[in-house]
Design a protein around this ligand. Structure first.
Ligand SMILES: Nc1nc2c(c(=O)[nH]1)N[C@H]1C(S)=C(S)[C@@H](COP(=O)(O)OP(=O)(O)OC[C@H]3O[C@@H](n4cnc5c(=O)[nH]c(N)nc54)[C@H](O)[C@@H]3O)O[C@H]1N2
Ligand SMILES: Nc1nc2c(c(=O)[nH]1)N[C@H]1C(S)=C(S)[C@@H](COP(=O)(O)OP(=O)(O)OC[C@H]3O[C@@H](n4cnc5c(=O)[nH]c(N)nc54)[C@H](O)[C@@H]3O)O[C@H]1N2
Ligand code: SF4
Ligand SMILES: [Mo]
Length: 665
């Protein structure tokens, strides 16, 4: 149904919103798909997504490091040598000396296979970039509502009367969701944006709250203070559907708007006005992003905003919680179990019934129950000699992790590093073996977007040289390792196998998925009648302000935060190989307030050196509307030389807060 005579439907390889591209296989021209979720819209990244695929930099053959050079090697030899080294390391040091990094960029099937290989080898050391991203949201949502996912579909946004956008800049990071937000605004919804700078999104807001970095709990508690003290909360909802109200009421007592003004820098009057407006709207969504999760208080930050939604009954029919997922398949990678603390479907490793069911499906006795290392814990584990082998599929930690100079040291220390990617990335340069992967439109498979919609993506063209789809590479590896169930003949066999993990997919065929507009699992709108906790009630959890790990001081007087821009994507491997996107932005910058620029003798366009306790980089200064005392760097250009690797409870580093200094060079 969706492969027409001339165009083929493919899921966009960039963000987690999950647009579909219609690609003409003869001309490779891209057009937007008219159905859900993108409704005829695409941002420039989707529109130009074929440019990196056609880049001359694509990897074409498996490579092996000999001395300091990479030499071409055949697939058979590469897979045989990698399997034999993995076996050797497992025998010598035990299975937990091996770790795997899965990819939020590849299909469900591919992530499913990699976590299966890890667990069949006897380790839960399998993780993906969700760890650097929304894992704090997953933990907070699970603790409060019992399910670690976005509660409502995008289309619900258009029906809410207020939308709070918190530490999240969708105009640059999920441009097409702005269409839904603006439709709501046209229908009268009030838009409230909370950020440390005037973002592109904030320009469209009715209420603009410029907050001091890392003080979001204080603001949330102050909003709740007003909501409770003025009796604006939904008493019936709180009584019948939640527990923990009195603890929250007690905790927020001291967070008066006047007190919060001193901490957050937002006027008490504005805090009161926003609390009343949001509460009286009668329905509302809270959407949030990395401004909340990438802090040492990430889990608590998210709990605080969920508490507020629960007080107002804005979960289920009257509202929704939208932790907008980052990568095109980060939601799918998690559902497939590519996380070190969860089996497929976010089921804890300790759930023996489910674990045994998975094991029996895989033809083994059991699966290891001990939580694996978080992606962000790997680097110390390698440096301490605990982990010896690392297999990376579609992830670029030498650029994306916090404090990358340390990560690069760790990568050098491994006995075996395998990197499976499209390009010779910064990470791949450290590898012993590099395996060339097919890109999104050169293979088939399913992906899951932020609203939990599983969508099939079809094949448009062949991969370059000898590159293979990730699932084929993993299938060969599993077979060489003699793992039960391997190899797989076609990708649909893997789809059918993962369908068996989810009761809601029972009875649905892969054909049906292919012919559909996607399937939302478990269902569109969660929590309308009961929460997914044992007693069906949501937990209101009191949280106190937790201050960021590093505080500015005389030596490092500024606060550095790192962000995204519309035209570049994460570590830049894809967008920087896309000429149309490079034209939009080609050089690294730092945004600085006018007053700080004056203070440090910096003019717009000057080259400056930004320095933290971990390292320094040179950037071009751009004067813009950011909070005084804060400097903002798009992270796509090696900003992680600067960032702080202190972790929160979900294992996410405080990428949004380091103390820093700046000087003109
Ligand atoms: N163009 C583009 N789109 C992308 C990506 C990309 O790289 N480029 N990456 C994708 C991925 S993986 C993800 S996870 C999403 C992320 O999407 P977003 O979460 O929107 O991305 P960020 O720009 O990292 O952070 C959001 C905002 O948090 C603000 N912020 C920083 N510190 C604080 C704070 O202490 N409090 C508050 N309230 N705000 C703060 C920043 O100023 C920034 O505007 O985007 C996805 N989409
Ligand atoms: N300072 C700072 N650092 C951050 C963040 C921040 O806000 N600030 N954000 C963090 C967040 S939210 C995230 S999600 C991470 C992202 O971190 P990464 O996931 O490491 O970043 P990407 O650039 O998306 O890397 C994806 C890799 O997958 C490859 N790839 C693409 N398609 C395929 C495919 O089909 N197969 C294979 N095998 N490979 C493929 C690409 O070439 C690229 O090398 O960065 C984190 N780092
Ligand atoms: S909004 Fe996201 S999914 Fe849609 S075209 Fe842009 S990058 Fe792709
Ligand atoms: Mo992300």
């Amino acid at each position: 149904m969706f492969i027409g005579d001339r165009v083929i439907r493919v899921v966009c390889p960039y963000c987690g919103f999950g647009c579909n591209l219609l690609i003409d296989p003869k001309t490779l021209k891209v057009k937007p798909y008219k159905g859900e979720p993108n409704r005829g819209k695409l941002c420039p990244k989707g529109l130009h997504a074929l440019e990196f695929v056609l880049s001359k930099d694509r990897l074409r053959y498996p490579l092996k490091k000999v001395g300091s050079d990479f030499v071409r090697i055949g697939w058979d030899d590469a897979i045989r040598e990698i399997a034999s080294k993995l076996r050797e390391i497992k025998e010598r040091y035990g299975p937990n000396a091996i770790a795997f990094i899965a990819s939020s960029k590849v299909s469900n099937e591919e992530n499913y296979l990699l976590q299966k290989i890890a667990r069949l080898l006897g380790t839960n050391n399998i993780d993906n970039c969700a760890r650097l991203c929304h894992e704090a949201s997953v933990h907070a949502l699970k603790m409060t509502l019992g399910a670690g996912v976005q509660t409502n579909p995008y289309s619900d946004l258009e029906n809410f009367k207020a939308i709070m956008i918190w530490g999240y800049n969708p105009a640059e990071t999920h441009p097409v969701v702005m269409d839904y937000i603006l439709n709501a605004k046209r229908k009268g919804a009030k838009i409230i944006v909370i950020d440390v700078r005037e973002t592109t999104t904030m320009r469209l807001a009715d209420y603009k709250l410029m907050i001091n970095p890392g003080t979001d709990i204080t603001l949330a508690n102050a909003l709740m203070n007003v909501i409770i003290s003025e009796g604006l909360y939904d008493k019936e909802f709180v009584r019948s559907r939640t527990v923990g109200f009195s603890e929250v009421k007690m905790a927020v007592k001291k967070y008066t708007p006047e007190y919060a003004e001193k901490v957050t820098g937002i006027e008490a009057k504005l805090i009161r006005e926003v609390a009343r407006e949001f509460a009286k709207a009668g329905s509302g969504a809270i959407m949030w992003g990395m401004g909340l999760t990438q802090h040492v208080s990430g889990v608590e930050n998210v709990i605080a905003v969920i508490d507020m939604a629960l007080l107002l009954g804005y979960v289920g029919d009257k509202g929704g919680l939208y932790p907008m997922r980052g990568q095109n398949n980060v939601q799918g990678a998690a559902y497939m179990g590519a996380l070190s603390e969860f089996l497929p479907g976010y089921v804890p490793l300790t759930d023996s019934t489910f674990r045994k069911r998975v094991a029996s499906l895989w033809g083994v006795e059991d699966i290891p129950t001990e939580r694996g290392l978080y992606l962000t814990e790997l680097w110390d584990a390698i440096l301490e000699g605990e982990v010896k082998a690392l297999y990376i599929m579609g992830e670029n930690p030498a650029v994306s992790e916090a404090n990358v100079l340390k990560v690069r040291k760790a990568l050098q220390k491994l006995e075996l590093l395998v990197v499976q990617d499209l390009f010779l990335t910064r990470t791949a340069r450290f590898a012993h073996y590099i395996l060339p992967a097919a890109a999104f439109c050169e293979k088939e498979g399913s992906y899951m977007n932020s609203e939990r919609r599983i969508q099939w993506s079809f094949k448009v063209c062949d991969p370059p040289g000898e590159a293979k789809p990730d699932w084929e590479i993993l299938s060969l590896l599993g077979k060489e390792l003699d793992l039960p169930g391997f190899p797989y003949e076609k990708v649909e066999d893997i789809t059918e196998e993962y369908f068996k993990m989810f009761p809601e997919l029972a009875g649905i065929s892969v054909e049906e998925l292919k012919n559909s507009n996607g399937i939302i699992i478990p269902y569109k709108r969660l929590h309308t009648i009961r929460f997914q906790t044992p007693d069906g009630k949501a937990r209101l959890i009191a949280v106190e302000q937790i201050m960021p790990w590093e505080q500015p001081n005389g030596e490092y007087p500024l606060i550095l935060t790192t962000v995204r821009v519309m035209s570049h994507y994460n570590t830049g491997e894809m967008t920087m190989r896309s000429p149309s996107l490079v034209k939009l932005m080609s050089e690294p910058v730092v945004y600085i307030s006018e007053s700080d620029a004056k203070k440090y003798g910096i003019k717009d366009g000057d080259l400056v050196k930004v320095e933290t306790r971990r390292g320094s980089i040179v950037l071009k200064a751009k004067i813009s509307k950011v909070k005084e005392g804060v400097i903002v760097v798009p992270f796509h250009f090696d900003a992680n030389i600067l960032t702080n690797d202190a972790l929160n409870k979900a294992g996410t580093p405080e990428l949004k807060y380091s103390s820093a200094r700046i000087r003109k060079i």
